[in-house]
Design a protein around this ligand. Structure first.
Ligand code: MLT
Length: 410
């Protein structure tokens, strides 16, 4: 009999957001009249902006004509998009990233999951805790995480707690690690790192031969000065970091799918013989073999976000969500909750009342307020006793959810 990949048997029964969806569906079935407001998975609600829609319509027309038809595109992404990214996301912030260091994809979830293909199975992984579950689960799949432990952690993963006690700033690891996942602005806590705090990580990686996998999917939500938008704003980062970006939250592409990953040419690892190998070359090789590029239509839509109208329109949607986040912070505080994040990210992270565990609070909120969120413990052991709400719903639904929560808890 053929064998399966045993590592998959180490995973929790279901992916966090699938479990949340399952519980909501079960509640809805038992209570069909319930008007559930979903502040759980970070999915956007504002339709794509007109600039992206027009560009995608035009791209569909291109596909309808022999003269403009596009079949397989470059696996790395079309030059029109790679150049726009280099110009607007990097050069405009004083960072030089060449278009051939940018790899367009179908989103940051796939890329943060797939990047492990080019890294040794023996590498020691560090994650902040709580953490976006994709980083841990994909390392479990690759056999890097070790054995599952009680409480949902894994024996070989180094967990760096981020809690109210340390102001949500992870301490540098005490033991030797090789791969460090950082997501800033952070999912799930909604908190950010300052330039100095991020510099400590770049310096650590340089001094210890570690690689930083930097997920900046939420950079468009940054409001405060002194919070870096890209890890490459920090000197020396091109030698130690890969950066992941997404159009999902920035421009409403959760359904359309488009994102990108930056792998600088300066970034080098060593093979088992100790020889230096460039990661840009390896990732290019991986993508050419396993990926045929994001669709032409998605890439045309994404490129439209960099036109003056596209930028303004996308910005308006981000501002709308951030106004929701501000309302959530003030109303939840009124209701007596201790709340964090929400100032540079579309996530609000709250302490559950009376030390209630995260899933118990999930059930209570669903049952008594018909509001769905995400239990903090689903993001890691240090998330226990916390709960995440997203700012991605409509203002009307956000207001109504807050009204229900305030009247239940204030
Ligand atoms: C989340 O809710 O954490 C995100 O929507 C998940 C994702 O981006 O895949």
């Amino acid at each position: 009999m053929f064998k399966i990949n045993d590592n998959f048997c180490q995973l929790a029964e279901s992916y966090l957001f699938s479990e949340v969806a399952r519980r909501i569906a079960a509640f809805k079935e038992a209570n069909p009249e319930a008007e559930i407001i979903r502040l759980g998975i970070g999915d956007v609600t504002i339709p794509l902006c007109p600039a992206a829609i027009e560009a995608m319509h035009a791209a569909v027309d291109d596909e309808a004509n022999a003269a403009t038809f596009r079949g397989y595109g470059p696996e790395q992404g079309y030059p029109f998009l790679r150049e726009a990214i280099a110009e607007h996301d990097y050069r405009a912030r004083g960072v030089e990233i060449a278009p051939d260091e940018i790899f367009v994809s179908d989103g940051a979830k796939s890329d943060t999951g797939n990047i492990g293909d080019i890294l040794a199975a023996s590498n020691r992984v560090a994650v902040t805790d709580p953490v976006y579950p994709v980083y841990v689960d994909t390392n479990v799949m690759a056999g890097r995480a070790g054995a599952p432990l009680a409480g949902g952690s894994f024996s070989k993963v180094v967990y760096l707690p981020v809690t109210a006690e340390n102001g949500f700033v992870p301490a540098l690891p005490e033991e030797k690690v090789d791969m460090i996942y950082l997501c800033y602005p952070n999912n799930p806590t909604g908190t950010a790192l300052t330039r100095e705090q991020l510099k400590a990580w770049v310096d650590y990686a340089a001094a210890n031969g570690a690689l930083i996998l930097y997920d900046s999917a939420y950079e468009a939500f940054i409001r405060q000065e002194g919070v870096p938008h890209s890890i490459y704003e920090i000197e020396g980062a091109k030698k130690v970091a890969i950066e992941f970006r997404s159009f999902s939250k920035t421009a409403g592409f959760t359904g359309v799918r488009c994102g990108y990953t930056v792998v600088p040419k300066e970034l080098k690892g060593v093979d088992s013989e100790g020889r230096e190998v460039g990661l840009n070359h390896l990732w290019n090789r991986r993508q050419c073999t396993k990926f045929n590029g994001a669709s032409y239509i998605s890439q045309r839509g994404a490129a439209a976000i960099y036109t003056p109208e596209g930028r303004r329109q996308a910005r308006e949607a981000v501002d709308y969500y951030m106004a929701n986040a501000a309302l959530m912070l003030s109303e939840l505080r009124k209701a007596g909750f201790e709340v964090f994040g929400g100032e540079n990210a579309p996530y609000v992270w709250l302490k559950t009342p009376d030390g209630m565990d995260s899933w118990a609070f999930f059930d209570l909120l669903l049952r008594e307020c018909q509001v769905a969120g995400t239990p903090g413990s689903g993001f890691g052991p240090a998330g226990e006793g916390y709960f995440r709400l997203t700012a991605f719903n409509t203002l009307e639904n956000t207001r109504e959810a807050l009204r229900r929560i305030v009247s239940r808890f204030a």
